[in-house]
Design a protein around this ligand. Structure first.
Ligand SMILES: Cc1cc2nc3c(=O)[nH]c(=O)nc-3n(C[C@H](O)[C@H](O)[C@H](O)COP(=O)(O)OP(=O)(O)OC[C@H]3O[C@@H](n4cnc5c(N)ncnc54)[C@H](O)[C@@H]3O)c2cc1C
Length: 502
């Protein structure tokens, strides 16, 4: 029985632990924080229960694949509700408010109203996005890349299907739609990938298929129930889960990973080490210089996904103008992305996202009160004092009052916690305090993204948002399957399925 150590108990680490333990490896997972879940974390304060990170349950098919692969059923672990509407958008431009339902019969008239003729073009656009999603799922998302030729083959396949997806997303969407608001609706899901429409290939228009065709779900009890489900499955399969004891260094002998030294100074031996900690932290802090694949200069050149200013708010009474997911789009889209990616500064006219899970879930706030999670994407690495952070948070609250029809918001706040760049660094060892990892630019996609194994240290592997396929909760379930395929030397591009694989 081979011994495996997993560094970090984020979704990717937990999912890898589940798979490897089920496959008969002896697995121990070490997490530095007292809670498992990584960025998919939780805290409670004054009667409110806050999901700290993810709030959108997307790609239900990927969850189903994973649970089926584990011999489990999603419905035995998660009580999913399909949200209606999926989300509400507030446009600053002209005080327009629209609801999107992930139901073309309801959504097309809304787009037609903004741009006559957009409905037919949306159907055509989404047909392509669906086709692209299917090709990607079977030949791209679950695939381990070994050489540039693998990617070229994929590119040829996509081009053969006449999907011109290597232009940037803004140019691609602009071929179909002229209206600024319609374009924003189609481009906003890139924020889930920590990317901007100006630096992301249109390959990721698959996000529109996910958004418009697949729907938006919420697991009752909150997103942390996903972490809890993985913990339960890991324990059932015998994983030794240790939290509150991080890894200080990976021990390498004769070019092979042979174990780790824990923060407690204990040495634990292993045949295989899988790191779910941010890859930059693993490479720069847990490995001696001679065993690193990449130096600091390499990471400096990478395009980081944004960090965020997050406000966890407990609000007295209900906020009637909001639904479960709410987006407020800035007027000057390009300038907003520029201030996040190119000229880092506090966005002057920010886009923001507000989640009100208490609209759906009675357990996350005292009865009659509202639980609000407010997120403003900002540049990673942004420096600030606590006073500046507070001042910017106040500005955001004023914007919410004025633009989202919550006139008395500031007076009704009974709990407030701010979370930003420094917290991501401290809590998760996140490089430059990025909330999400590496952005999905073309140069950071597939073979061009850091691979899930070390080319310098044998038996050292990576799982998580920093490697393939990338950012997002369901994506970590895929990342875990990919690292298992890598360890077990399984050459299969499509998802592994069912008990038969065990
Ligand atoms: C604010 C926010 C909102 C998001 N919204 C969504 C959403 O709505 N939907 C969605 O699908 N995704 C969303 N995401 C993205 C998603 O949450 C992440 O991509 C995913 O959870 C990352 O998982 P991971 O496996 O990469 O591990 P991480 O969550 O990055 O976990 C890595 C773990 O490693 C631990 N670690 C670090 N260093 C060490 C060490 N030396 N020793 C031991 N442990 C260590 C860390 O403490 C952490 O627990 C969001 C993320 C954030 C931050």
């Amino acid at each position: 029985m081979q011994k495996v150590i997993i560094i970090g108990g984020g979704i990717g680490g937990l999912a890898t632990a589940c798979i490897l333990a089920k496959k008969g490896y002896e697995v121990s997972l070490y997490e530095k924080n007292s809670n498992l879940g990584g960025r998919a974390n939780i805290f409670e304060a004054e009667g409110f229960r806050f999901d700290m990170g993810p709030s959108w349950y997307l790609m239900p098919d990927v969850f189903e694949n994973f649970f089926e692969f584990m011999g489990e059923k999603v419905e035995d672990h998660l009580d999913l509700i399909r949200l209606k509407p999926s989300y509400r958008i507030f446009f600053k431009d002209d005080n327009k408010i629209i609801d999107m339902f992930s139901d073309l019969e309801r959504d097309i008239p809304v787009l037609e109203d903004l741009e006559p003729g957009a409905g037919d073009r949306l159907r055509e656009y989404l047909d392509k996005a669906r086709q692209q999603y299917e090709i990607a799922k079977d030949g791209f998302m679950y695939k381990n890349y070994d050489s540039i030729f693998d990617f070229i083959n994929f590119r040829t396949m996509i081009e053969g299907s006449k999907l011109s997806v290597f232009s940037d997303m803004d140019a691609y969407v602009s071929k179909y739609f002229k209206n600024d608001l319609v374009k924003k609706i189609l481009q906003y899901p890139l924020v889930f990938l920590g990317s901007s429409p100006y630096n992301t290939p249109a390959l990721y228009s698959i996000m529109n298929h996910i958004d418009f065709n697949m729907g938006v779900f919420y697991p009752q009890g909150g997103m942390y129930t996903i972490t809890e489900a993985l913990v339960k499955i890991a324990k059932k399969n015998g994983v030794n889960l240790v939290s509150g004891n991080g890894v200080r260094q990976i021990i390498v002998e004769n070019g092979k990973a042979v174990g780790v030294e824990l923060e407690s100074r204990e040495i634990v031996n292993a045949d295989i080490v899988v790191s779910n900690a941010d890859m930059t932290h693993t490479e720069l802090n847990l490995l001696p210089a001679q065993h690193r694949q990449y130096d600091e200069k390499y990471w400096d050149k990478k395009v980081l996904a944004p960090s965020a200013l997050i406000m966890y708010l407990g609000v007295k009474g209900k906020v009637d103008s909001l639904v479960h997911h709410n987006l407020l789009f800035s007027q000057d889209w390009r300038k907003n992305f520029k201030q996040i990616f190119d000229d880092p500064m506090w966005p002057e006219d920010p886009s923001l996202y507000v989640c009100a899970p208490s609209k759906t879930d009675l357990n996350v706030a005292p009865a009659e009160d509202e639980n609000l999670f407010v997120l403003v994407p900002i540049a990673s690495g942004l420096e600030y004092t606590e006073e500046q952070l507070e001042a910017y948070a106040d500005k955001v609250l004023t914007i919410m009052q004025e633009e989202m029809n919550i006139p008395d918001l500031q007076n009704r706040i009974i709990y407030k916690r701010l979370y930003s760049v420094k917290d991501f660094k401290q809590d998760y060892n996140a490089y430059q305090g990025t909330a999400l990892g590496l952005a999905h630019t073309i140069n950071q996609t597939a073979i061009f993204r850091p691979n899930n194994y070390s080319k310098k240290v044998k038996n050292l592997y990576y799982v998580g948002a920093g490697t393939n396929p990338g950012i997002g909760v369901p994506i970590q379930l895929i990342s875990a399957e990919m690292v298992y395929k890598r360890i077990a030397k399984i050459k299969q591009d499509s998802p592994l399925r069912g008990e038969g694989n065990f």
